[in-house]
Design a protein around this ligand. Structure first.
Ligand code: SDX
Length: 428
């Protein structure tokens, strides 16, 4: 819900124009330029959309200057401490925290849709063992539309949302088992969402697998922290693709591809590989901080910086303390955690990072926890996707119901050749 609070005036080529200034429920203000081109013949240009609001949304709020993040008004640190991932999925997708009956019903639905069609197992056979699991995940999610064609009614939509939420963890675990040549482990209905995922990932036929409460709790926290993050690159991709009328599975498959990028969800894998490189290089973290400051190095301190957060990402703060606790509870010592801490301390006191307001983001510590859980580095972005799925689903659903929504089609400023005649072969 926004209200018009003032008017912006634009003086252009001697003509005065007025545009409404609207305010959101947390006091954010925007100039509504939806009539700009019709009134002035001009468009705006904003590469990377750093100053452009694509939609109004009631799902997630971020205040980047204050390091605030909330899902439907509940602060992230309170959700992380008190609510499990399936409750957060319900909150994001259906708009409220479930009561006991709703939660039991939701969990029952998710359990009874966690299998994938047996025919889909054949898809895995075509991939080389070296296939990145994100390639498999996005292809498998798009392929779900072949098994569950959308009839564009609300009942269908809700069922497909449940199906995807239930099946993504199965597809993720199967892609891991495929990559290590082990047999698939099927979902179990007597385990929690997180327990079932860990079981499908790490159980082997030869011996019984007992889900560790420490790992189950750590995974639940990681998934809650990744569940939504307003209009980030992958969520905007889901909205963009969905705005054309493409089905839910195609829209989420596109979001998975966007998340895969090393500047976005792929950063957690990059952080681990960076920390391992520093460790191999005698833990000379100062050298890498200096390299990150030199543009010509082409090197960035992965896990640092954020388009929106210009103070510490609240999720990074929670994960920093979680890494400590999980490693202690597992009795692990990880030199990479020590390197990460040193990197953070040096960077936060270095003028290059201070001036640019570069702080650790959600990806900086998450990989250390995944590693302690035994999850391989190339599965880290898959873990991010498992967490982000409810956010994508909620944002896609909100977009479909937004009366202001229409196919996303940005404009451009053309900088190419002016009109010219086609040369003959002799003239080329
Ligand atoms: C996620 O948007 C979301 O909400 C994303 C996310 C979510 O939950 O969905 O939070 C998840 O994607 C977190 C970000 C993970 N990515 C990384 O950790 C990759 C490393 N970080 C960056 O590449 C960068 O900080 C971005 C991509 C995160 C943000 O890029 P911006 O906003 O386009 O900022 P920029 O690249 O213009 O950087 C501004 C300045 C530049 O220097 P100058 O040209 O001003 O001299 O800061 C520098 C950059 O060179 N800079 C860095 C840096 N990040 C920015 N320098 C060194 N190391 C870095 N990590």
């Amino acid at each position: 819900m926004t209200t018009q609070v003032a008017t912006a005036r634009l003086s252009l080529e001697g003509v005065e124009y007025e545009f409404p200034i609207v305010e959101g429920t947390e006091g954010e203000k925007a100039i509504d330029i939806s009539q700009l081109r019709a009134k002035t013949g001009h468009i705006t240009i904003d590469p990377g959309y750093g100053n452009t609001g694509a939609c109004k949304s009631s799902i997630t709020f971020i205040d980047g200057e204050k390091g605030i993040l909330s899902y439907r008004g509940y602060p992230i640190d309170e959700l992380a401490a008190r609510v499990d991932f399936i409750e957060v999925c319900h909150l994001l997708i259906f708009g409220h925290l479930p009561d006991r009956a709703e939660l039991d019903h939701f969990k029952h639905d998710l359990m009874h849709h966690s299998l994938i069609h047996e025919e889909m197992k054949k898809f895995f056979e075509g991939y080389p063992p070296s296939a990145h699991p994100m390639a498999i995940l996005s292809a498998m999610v798009a392929s779900l539309s072949a098994y569950y064609p959308e009839r564009n009614d609300d009942r269908d939509e809700k069922l497909n949302i449940i199906r995807l939420l239930a099946k993504l963890k199965t597809i993720a675990a199967f892609s891991y088992k495929k990559s290590i040549g082990q047999p698939y482990v099927y979902p179990r209905n007597d385990l929690s969402y997180c327990g079932d995922f860990l079981h499908m990932m790490f159980a082997v036929p030869a011996e019984p697998y007992k889900v560790s409460p420490v790992l189950e709790h750590a995974l639940n926290l990681l998934l809650v922290l990744h569940a939504d993050h307003e209009q980030n690159c992958s969520t905007s991709t889901v909205r963009m693709v969905g705005s054309s009328g493409a089905n839910l599975f195609a829209s989420i498959a596109a979001g998975l591809c966007a998340l895969w990028g090393p500047l976005h969800g792929g950063a957690n894998q990059e952080v681990l590989e960076m920390l391992e490189a520093i460790h191999r290089d005698g833990s000379d973290y100062q050298k890498y901080v200096e390299m990150a400051k030199r543009k010509d190095s082409g090197f960035r301190l992965f896990g640092f910086g954020h388009r929106v957060y210009k103070s510490l990402d609240p999720r990074a703060n929670i994960l920093k303390h979680t890494a400590d606790r999980v490693l202690d509870e597992l009795g692990h010592k990880d030199p990479l955690l020590d390197i990460a801490r040193e990197l953070e301390a040096v960077a936060l006191n270095d003028s290059y990072f201070i001036e640019r307001k570069l702080y650790p983001n959600v990806d900086f510590y998450s990989g250390i926890i995944y590693r302690a859980m035994g999850i391989p580095t190339n599965m880290f972005t898959v873990m991010f996707a498992l967490g982000r799925l409810p956010g994508w689903l909620a944002q896609w659903k909100e977009m479909k119901r937004d009366p202001a929504n229409r196919i996303n089609r940005p404009r451009q400023i053309y900088t190419g050749e002016n009109r010219r005649a086609i040369p003959t072969f002799e003239q080329r």
